[in-house]
Design a binder for this molecule. Sequence first.
Ligand code: NDP
Ligand code: BG6
Length: 513
Amino acid sequence: TSENLTKEKADYIYQRLRKQITSIDSEACPQSFVFFVFGASGDLAKKKIYPTLWWLYRDGFLPEHICFVGYARSQLTIEKIFQNADKYMKVHDHERDLYKKFLELNHYVCGSYDKSEDFDKLNHEANKISQHTSAHRFFYLALPPSVYGSVSELISTHCRPGAPGWVRLIVEKPFGKDLQSSNILSGHLSKFYAEEEIYRIDHYLGKEMVQNIMVLRFSNRIFSRVWNRDSVAAVKIIFKEDIGTQGRGGYFDEFGIIRDVIQNHLMQILSIVAMEKPRSTTGEDIRDEKVKVLRCIAPIKSENVVIGQYLGDKESKDSERQLGYLDDAGVPKDSTTPTYAQTILYINNERWDGVPFILRAGKALNEKKAEIRIQFRDVPGGMFDENGSKAPLARDELVVRIQPDEAIYLKVNTKRPGEMSYSIEETELDLTYNERYRGVKLPDAYERLILDVFMGSRINFVRSDELQEAWRIVDPILTEIDQKKLPVVPYKFGAAGLPQAFDAAVKHGYVFT
Ligand code: NDP
Ligand code: BG6
């Protein structure tokens, strides 16, 4: 059946990947790897990094001679770190023995983020643990950006392996706070690392449907022919969350939703949706095209921006929803940081001139959802009006649902079944993954991305010039928001969005179907 076929294919891909990984292991001497987790005591390490390393290890994707070294300032033990992470690891009973082996490969070293002697100690410990001075090394910085500078420098100056061992540095967002600080950080990293040693993670690039955009666009003539201003009326890229800042307010208040989600996740999606066809699937060819299209976008104008901040819903039975953004412990009571934003931008090139790209992101809304909507222009001619149909034809729309429930569906008009006249109904050609690919495991974004780092594939990581362009586009509007020049519209926790944003989208040519 097609279901078995799909499973077979998935297994085949797994096997292929596994081969690539193990061939890294055997191709050169030394054959050892050390994976460092900086900020091992933190939230990201607990929720994502350690669980992902375990799943990759469990599924046989990691090289045989590998060890893991956690590093942070807290006086902890590796046992304590794994106790804290336990509920995220999802270990099944039959995996207990394997899990024990994984735990034995893990170690913890405690030290500062700014003292040379601590990094010397770390280097020494890692050599001892891996029994190699030239093992290849991965450094995952699961740390607040305030310490990226000193940590990246000290790693490079004290923890590089001897030849032929190499280094891969994995950096988490935010990559700076604005164009200037991002450029400073990039400049700093480039002093100590070659660009090919740096893996800037944007975890949206590891999501199945984001990775699918290129295949959908460039392997289907039916789409490639209409993917332009002649056929497309508007593009919407939406991110919605049904949770508030949940105690992360301290971090969030310094950034706001545009820096947290739009500048990175949504802008990355936009660049893949809008770029020209890359010459090949190599990382550099793809990233070249992404940069090229970003260069065609002017900085966002304030008249094309709507921002908002959520209030608690006092009538809600859910105690979390009763709390507004300003009730979050780390948030100043007079904060005007946006938790919701819509920005509309235009791409000044031959393919997209005049087509609005509507990027919308919000926390504390009515649902969790991320999707891309490509809305096509009205059908010209009005043939069906003569048959008494009063309403205009609904526009066709291609929807790529990134989460939850990955799906691609195309909204089309059909004849209402069974009717004698040409009565028209809007329906969907629906590819919902849960139904069509039932049983196929879709790896978590971090699983794919960390595996990419192991394989040395940079396709799904952000290059410094991409980053610079993305900041250039949002920088002026961020300054205006920081200087409180834009009104912040309040909305209630659980709202569908801001009416002002919906109206603006309509004004720019989007039609709600
Ligand atoms: P945490 O706040 O949990 O920080 C990680 C560790 O860094 C802490 O355990 C602490 O370790 C150390 N640390 C915390 N604050 C400081 C400080 N002011 N100065 C020096 N060290 C500090 O961060 P997260 O784990 O949540 O995030 C890590 C990185 O990943 C951040 O850049 C974040 O933006 C990014 N990220 C996080 C996500 C998440 O879901 N958590 C999602 C996406 C990105 P110790 O005191 O033991 O040294
Ligand atoms: C992170 C943001 O990058 O992405 C968070 O900092 C947000 O604010 C998260 O909640 C959303 O990720 P996902 O994968 O749950 O959609």
